[in-house]
Design a protein around this ligand. Sequence first.
Ligand code: BES
Ligand code: MN
Ligand code: MN
Length: 460
Amino acid sequence: MDALKKYHEENSERYLSELLDWLRIPSISADQKYKGDVQKAAQYLSDRFAEIGMDRVEIYPTAGHPIVYAEKILGKDVPTVLVYGHYDVQPPDPLELWTSPPFEPVIRDEKIFARGSCDDKGQVYMHVKAIEAMLRNGLLNCNIKCMIEGEEEVGSASLELFCEEYKSMLDCDVILISDTALISNSIPSITTGLRGLSYVEVTVVGPNKDLHSGVYGGAVANPVNVLCSMIDSLKDSNNHITIPGFYDQVELVSQEERAAMNEAPFNEEIYKEELGIQAVMGESGYTTLERTTIRPTLDVNGIWGGYIGEGAKTVLPSNAHAKISMRLVPHQDPNEITRLFTAHFKSIAPPGVKVAVQAHHGGYPVVIPVDSLEYKAAHQAMEVSFGKAPIPQRSGGSIPIVALFEKVLGVKSILMGFGLDSDDIHSPDEHFGLFNFYKGIETIPYFYQFYAQMKKDASV
Ligand code: BES
Ligand code: MN
Ligand code: MN
């Protein structure tokens, strides 16, 4: 591993400048205007895979955005690791809140500022460079397959079909993913759970046109008022979600596990200070760590209707809209939750309005066992590179494809991410620490080394 250290030192500047070039390509999957750029970002990545000597480098077109594939196969007697990640990014809006433009990456305070720097191009690129270093130094000891998609931020619709179609090409022992966060740079952690997701858009329609709010106000249901009170009624005074059946399948986490969970380093004062809030708020009876990991949520992500232009226009709007996400925990089923939400939301509509509910993409929650060889290899890898044992911790975010990998490929994932919750992913000024980028590149080869060794020991 000394050879790797030397190689990394000699090439670290190039690693970074290549990543910055990739970050300059605005691969925004949600916006059709950027379809060409998403394609360019796929091309850039596949060129880098080819350059480092990967085989079978290919860009697979899909009904949506392309999937980049590359592999290095040594033989049947070593384990196969499938690396998954995504090169698409969230839209950068609101642009005016960025200190520097989202697709003109800059280094400030030892951090890379750009959309996608952490989520997930920066973390994918750690793998590309770790693989390069292993290949160049003859240290690769596992088969590696890389599958990097361009639709994660919009629901991974094409990837599910791709996995079904290319099941045998994707055959592997474990899936390795860096798309999550550490507790902090001095407290390494491995993500052992992700929440699921049900995402709906609701529309409340009242009168057949916008009305004068003086002439009609007081006599006709105002869809914006109605929508607000309907949403308000979805939680009681304990911030418990009121949809009948919503909690029926929720996994009951034992007192022991909850106690262990709350041992994790977390300072609520710093948390509040960083967010500029006076108090946290959530479901009664649970801590902040529990509320963001083992408990489901319901949040409005956007709400609109009526007049929002300059000045005051007196109008009673004809309709109102909201986008609502529900984060789910084991063993909630996103389809069932969407069904329960829809039935309930329609049932609470007062006479005088019509309600429509449209389902967007969703995903199943996952838990990652900590007693597998794969987990142990990741644990050891982090322990060596950080000089400290990593803590298992569930995350509040979602990566819906992880549950589908289990279902379609029958393979579990390891979530070895190197971001921080404070990296402002999906927000203005997204960033990724240089420490984190290089620490990832340093840690990944250890994973392969330990994993190959453990598999070998287990087979004799
Ligand atoms: N990488 C994130 C998920 C994540 C973030 C996991 C932080 C753990 C910690 C991923 O790119 C993402 O943003 N997922 C979406 C869901 C998707 C269907 C749009 C999410 O969690 O909102
Ligand atoms: Mn991501
Ligand atoms: Mn994301």
